[in-house]
Design a protein around this ligand. Structure first.
Ligand SMILES: [Zn+2]
Length: 311
């Protein structure tokens, strides 16, 4: 028997064929056709699954199930009220896919939560059943896994880590409408904002100045690591906000492990040390608590977590 994991993204959809033990047999991707409110997305996934199963010598009857992550909130019933990136409204994507695959079991989850499940199962948290993933990308996403299950909460707000309020005094609104969210200071765009604000504060020298408008989060991390004092100061501030968020999560759900993923996590041990320093400070109550590690699955976290929904 095999399982299939599907990670539906705004521009491409990643798929993976797995053994029941969770070994990846083959991965591939197809474009996400957004025309006509993405009406072809589910039929295209079904057709692609049929093609690959045939090529690999399997039948639909060999499939335990298909798990699918989608970029939007998913209600426990599988109902998707709105999926902004795909222009979906009032859909039951799992039911639709199951009908196109002769009734094969299909389970659905939010993409960030599903990635957390993947990292907890086979990634940075391998072997743990209780993990929190914080993804530092264009935005800040994440997911909470307790006892091997995704925690979405009653209203789907569980795991919306990017919108934890971590600082006062912000004057620009976050995408969510609030002020002072973690995403505003710890996402790739957030790090650049913090850096630009620091540069405007005074005339202190920094190699960040030479990069002007092209300054990226990667530049800030690399310069900080290389000893640029201002860049390091910016990353210290970012580490402070992340350390606070990790501490709040630790004292709320107390997982075995915190996994840091997303493009910004490429800063590696440098970033982890910065977060840890402040996490330690905010969580002085006990040193017996969840450790911080780096994610290891990269863009494959979604397909691993998706297939785990049906294995
Ligand atoms: Zn927000």
């Amino acid at each position: 028997m095999v399982g299939i994991g599907v990670d539906v993204g705004g521009t491409s959809t990643k798929l993976g064929l797995f053994t029941e033990e969770g070994n990846l047999l083959r991965k591939w991707q197809i474009p996400t056709d957004q025309r006509n409110r993405s009406e072809r997305v589910i039929p295209n996934i079904a057709a692609s699954i049929r093609t690959v199963l045939k090529e690999e010598g399997y039948h639909l009857s060999d499939v335990t199930g298909v798990g699918m992550g989608v970029p939007g909130p998913v209600q426990p019933s599988g109902y998707v009220e709105i999926c902004v990136n795909l222009h979906w409204r009032d859909r039951y994507p799992a039911r639709e896919l199951s009908e196109l695959l002769d009734g094969v079991r299909v389970e659905l989850g939010n993409d960030a939560n599903v990635a957390a499940l993947g990292e907890a199962w086979k990634g940075g948290g391998e072997g743990t059943k209780n993990a929190v993933l914080i993804t530092l990308g264009t935005g800040v996403g994440g997911g909470i896994i307790l006892d091997g299950k995704i925690v979405t909460g009653i209203h789907g707000l569980g795991g919306e880590i990017g919108h934890l309020h971590v600082y006062e005094g912000e004057t620009e609104a976050c995408n969510c409408g609030a002020y002072g969210c973690l995403e505003q200071v710890a996402s790739a765009t957030g790090i650049v904002r913090v850096a630009k604000r620091r540069l405007r504060k005074d005339q202190a020298p920094s190699s960040m100045r030479e990069l002007g408008e092209t300054l990226s989060a990667k530049d800030v991390c690399e310069l900080g690591k290389a000893g640029d004092r201002l860049a390091d100061e910016v990353m210290e501030q970012v580490g402070n906000y992340l350390g606070l968020a990790v501490s709040l999560l630790c004292l709320t759900v107390d997982p075995e492990i915190f996994i840091i993923g997303g493009g910004v996590s490429k800063a590696g041990a440098y970033l982890v040390e910065k977060i840890k320093k402040h996490y330690d400070r905010y969580t002085a109550i006990s040193s017996n608590r969840g450790q911080i590690v780096l994610a290891t699955l990269g863009n494959d976290a979604g397909i691993y977590g998706a297939v785990k929904l049906v294995l």
